[in-house]
Design a protein around this ligand. Structure first.
Ligand code: 4HQ
Length: 249
């Protein structure tokens, strides 16, 4: 997959793109991520990329010209490199569809994404009307810019690309627990400051451990996110356990 990020603050992406799992995915060539500074495309001599909003009001708006030229530059690279012309252009905005695991799964199948990060009051509406295929929000709160939302989207999309996660971090196990919260994790020592690791995890009985973890997931989800249980795929045994939990309250 190829991802192009359009931003006024390219330096925000430096450590993000070179660290940990994403850094390794880039190194392995599983994803190619290019950051473009919208300011480089400003055609005025002060390299100004934003301006006051028509109609008045606070803040600044990204001008259409630098952003449009930046988009055209990226699209022209696609043609040279035979990336699909049908790239998805995404604008990160609180007005977008809220990002979900399902949306991330769908986006992870795209050959290329262009992510536009707005700042201040956002971007000129004409750019949205002409170029943007999809607006995506990372949640109902207001940030100062679209850079962190772009990082959130990249992180959850790229980890779904085959080969990005090692066998250690595998997502195979995840599909089985899809829609449930995680079970609690423990590592050494077996007793920390008087607090013990649950005995079952030291038993070596893999069937028992599996069942315990499943029940902890169900218990966690019932307690913290009961809304998620409606969408989760549950077995007869799960329902039985949940019923017992509720009855014992
Ligand atoms: N912003 N999810 C305003 C967000 C946001 C969000 C990005 C702030 C766009 C113009 N983006 N700029 N929440 O709050 O995606």
């Amino acid at each position: 997959m190829r991802i192009d990020i359009l931003t006024l603050f390219p330096e925000m992406f430096e450590s993000f793109l070179t660290t940990s799992i994403l850094g390794r995915a880039v190194e392995k060539g599983l994803v190619s991520i290019k950051v473009h500074n919208i300011r480089d495309f400003a055609d005025n001599k002060h390299k100004q990329a934003d301006d006051y909003p028509y109609g008045g009001g606070a803040g600044m708006v990204l001008m259409p010209q630098p952003l449009s030229d930046c988009i055209k530059h990226v699209l022209s690279q696609y043609r040279e490199k035979t990336y699909e012309k049908k790239t998805k252009i995404i604008y990160l905005s609180p007005q977008g569809q809220v990002l979900s695991q399902q949306m991330a799964r769908e986006l992870s199948k795209e050959p290329s994404l262009i992510l536009i990060c707005g700042h201040y009051e956002g971007i000129d509406q004409r750019i949205i009307d002409r170029y943007v295929d999809m607006e995506v929000s990372i949640g109902d709160y207001v940030l100062t810019g679209g850079e962190i939302p772009a990082m959130v989207l990249i992180d959850c999309v790229t980890r779904l690309i085959p080969g990005v996660l090692g066998s250690q971090e595998s997502i195979l196990e995840e599909s089985h627990t899809a829609g449930l919260l995680e079970y609690p994790q423990y590592t050494r020592p077996a007793v920390y400051d008087g607090d013990e690791v649950p005995q079952v995890l030291l038993s070596g009985d893999h069937e028992r451990i599996k069942r315990w973890r499943r029940q902890q997931s169900l218990k966690n989800t019932l307690k913290k996110r009961p809304d998620m249980l409606k969408k989760a795929s549950l077995t007869e045994e799960d329902y039985k356990f949940l019923k017992e939990l509720k009855d014992s309250e």
